[in-house]
Design a protein around this ligand. Structure first.
Ligand code: HEM
Length: 599
């Protein structure tokens, strides 16, 4: 049953008179709502305090009342009245902070909230939030700051399950999220809620489980790895251990793969003979500007820039135009081609044309896939290679697993041809799976993800959520929470995965404890595809090349953009690995022996 609105309120709980009044009075009423007081209380208090001057500017109809009162009240009483009113207002505002922020969170003050602490920690927000969440008995904090909506941040698996699954309907992405990404993603699956999302999800999950798409993915991976990735690293090795930015190489590789799978075209990003394709640079630029929009302390700034079509917003409009035109052109030419060759392709774009979607819907859907598949796997792999360079014992275990799988398949270990594995073989690689899962626990490609409450709610740990509040589940912090992973939460340890029941995946861990791929009805659709791709690249690179960091002493910085990055990239030297596998599958790195004999 729909609850009846209270007297004086509309069905959303907003004052019923919000619509017909002037814009300035609307702002006045919004201020009242923001500080949870009735307009009359605020009027009485502000009338008696020095703040009334500001609010009078907002609320012209009240000015006349003020004038009448001013004439009637003598000056000395007025001053006293103002002082008491000011104190009362501050007291009530502080109480609002207390009542809305039970438990833990940054130190907050009336009006500005936690602005000071936020500013002090602005360059280490992830670690700051993680520290506060660890200190909170419920692993939940409330962040209230001038210029931003009230935000509940949680690393509590029971809360995460409530948000992502049990009360899914109350936690859509919401308008503040879709506003930020809308210019690029339009109505693609990433950026819609409700019925539109459900219809796309049904279609896309069907496509993602189709055998044809999996076959296409394996074929694309083989071609991209053997024709481009391996030759690029070989060229670096030829130069006697020349330095390569692995993050850049992996991002180019992932862009080529996702374009070939979703658009059916090869941008050739990793091909040194070709210039960087315009589509790739447009995606890079647009994603960067959108990430800055999301991180802006005050969203009004980018909205004004967009309205005026200036600066970064103008650039964004131009880059999005390039992307939209390129994809639309592809759709048109694919439709013509389909007419001529009677639809023989398996890529997602062709499949959607088959389903009869209109051009703009197809455009938005494929742009969402490219965004989803572009930087996520390359981010995870960058941190994976870095961690393996720091944990040579884990690298040895991974190499051993690859060698023994190749032996089982009858591939010669020195063969440079394809990896010789199918998707089932990759699924059986437990050590590699554990190493990738452990990497993403500490360095998740999506560092945090937010929803916006459609209605007021109370989380299972007792935290109150107001209508419109931002509710963030925090993958980065969750991966480091001792309450979830034990006292060795900060260590890179495969045991926590390898001791789980062996079901061919690193299953057994609740997605709400490890929401790296999200969980519930909106769980990532590309999880399987992503693991296949990451395992493919790990096998192709590790068994052929020995990577060493250019700067051994560096601890790279984790940058939480739309998808996380390693700040400054991952510069490595590349050497060809000559591997011998003993009868028992143990690995001996003859490269090292060779180096020793030379020295
Ligand atoms: C390591 C790699 C990946 C990680 C960690 C990852 C993680 C995630 C996360 C956290 C979400 C939820 C984001 C949100 O709702 O805002 C998501 C959604 C999604 N992912 Fe992935 N992803 C990965 C790779 C991929 C790949 C390769 C694809 C394939 C193109 C893909 C397709 C999708 C799609 C279509 C959604 C939207 C699902 C929906 O809203 O119903 N992902 N992913």
């Amino acid at each position: 049953m729909t609850p009846r609105p209270r007297a004086g309120m509309d069905s959303n709980g907003a004052p019923a008179d919000l619509a017909p009044v002037s814009p300035s009075t609307q702002i006045y009423l919004q201020v009242c709502r923001y500080i949870y007081m009735s307009p009359i209380t605020v009027y009485c208090l502000t009338h008696a305090s020095s703040l009334h001057l500001y609010l009078l500017c907002l609320s012209p109809p009240l000015e006349s009342i003020y004038r009448v009162h001013s004439i009637m009240i003598p000056g000395s009483y007025m001053l006293c009245f103002q002082f008491v009113g000011c104190c009362l207002l501050l007291l009530l505002y502080s109480l609002r902070f207390r009542s809305s922020s039970p438990g833990h969170g940054p130190r907050s003050y009336p009006v500005i909230g936690c602005l000071v602490a936020f500013y002090e920690n602005r360059r280490r927000l992830l670690d700051w939030y993680t520290e506060m969440l660890s200190a909170s008995p419920t692993q939940t904090i409330v962040v209230d700051r001038l210029g931003a909506r009230r935000t509940v941040v949680t690393a509590n698996p029971v809360n995460v399950e409530h948000i992502l699954k049990s009360n899914f309907g109350n936690y859509p992405k919401g308008k503040p999220f879709t506003d930020v990404l809308g210019d690029l993603l339009g109505k693609g699956i990433f950026n819609v809620d409700g019925e539109t999302w459900y219809a796309q999800r049904k279609l896309v999950s069907h496509e993602f489980s189709a055998r044809t798409l999996r076959e296409l993915e394996v074929a694309v991976l083989e071609a991209e790895a053997l024709d481009r990735l391996v030759p690029a690293l070989e060229a670096a090795a030829e130069l006697g251990g020349g330095a390569v930015d692995m993050q850049d190489v992996l991002r180019r590789f992932a862009f080529d793969v996702i374009c070939r799978v979703s658009l059916g075209v090869d941008p050739g990003c990793l091909d040194p003979a070709l210039p960087a394709p315009r589509l790739a640079t447009a995606f890079d630029a647009a994603a960067g500007i959108i990430a800055r929009r999301g991180a802006a302390p005050v969203s009004a700034v980018w909205k004004i820039k967009r309205a005026l079509d200036i600066g970064s917003e103008r650039r964004l409009r131009e880059e999005v135009k390039v992307i939209h035109e390129a994809v639309m052109e592809l759709i048109r030419s694919r439709k013509k081609e389909r007419f001529l060759v009677n639809g023989a392709r398996n890529d997602l774009l062709s499949r959607m044309i088959e389903c009869g979607y209109d051009d703009e819907e197809i455009r938005d859907m494929v742009i969402s896939f490219i965004m989803a598949g572009r930087d996520t796997t390359s981010s995870a792999l960058t941190w994976f290679f870095w961690l393996l360079m720091r944990h040579r014992d884990v690298e040895r275990d991974v190499l051993e697993e690859i060698a023994s799988m190749r032996q089982q398949k009858g591939s010669s270990s020195s063969s440079n041809a394809g990896e010789g594995f199918d998707l089932d073989d990759y699924r059986r690689m437990r050590v590699l799976h554990a190493a990738l899962s452990e990497t993403m626990r500490l360095y998740p490609p999506v560092a945090w993800d937010s929803k916006h409450a459609a209605a007021a709610d109370v989380l299972p740990d007792g935290t109150r959520v107001g209508r419109g509040d931002r509710v963030t589940y925090f993958q980065y912090g969750m991966g480091r929470m001792e309450a979830i992973w034990g006292s060795d939460a900060g260590d890179f340890s495969l045991d926590r995965w390898l001791t789980l029941p062996s079901d061919g995946t690193a299953g057994g861990v609740s997605p709400f404890k490890y929401p790296v791929f999200q969980g519930g009805p909106r769980t990532c659709l590309g999880r399987e595809m992503a693991f296949a791709q990451m395992k493919f690249v790990a096998c192709a690179v590790l068994r052929r090349f020995d990577l060493r960091p250019v700067d051994e002493g560096r601890t790279p910085v984790f940058l939480p953009l739309l998808t996380s990055h390693m700040d400054g990239g991952l510069k490595v030297t590349v050497r060809r690995r000559a591997v011998e596998t003993t009868r028992h599958g143990a690995m001996r790195d003859t490269q090292l022996q060779l180096e020793k004999s030379i020295n």
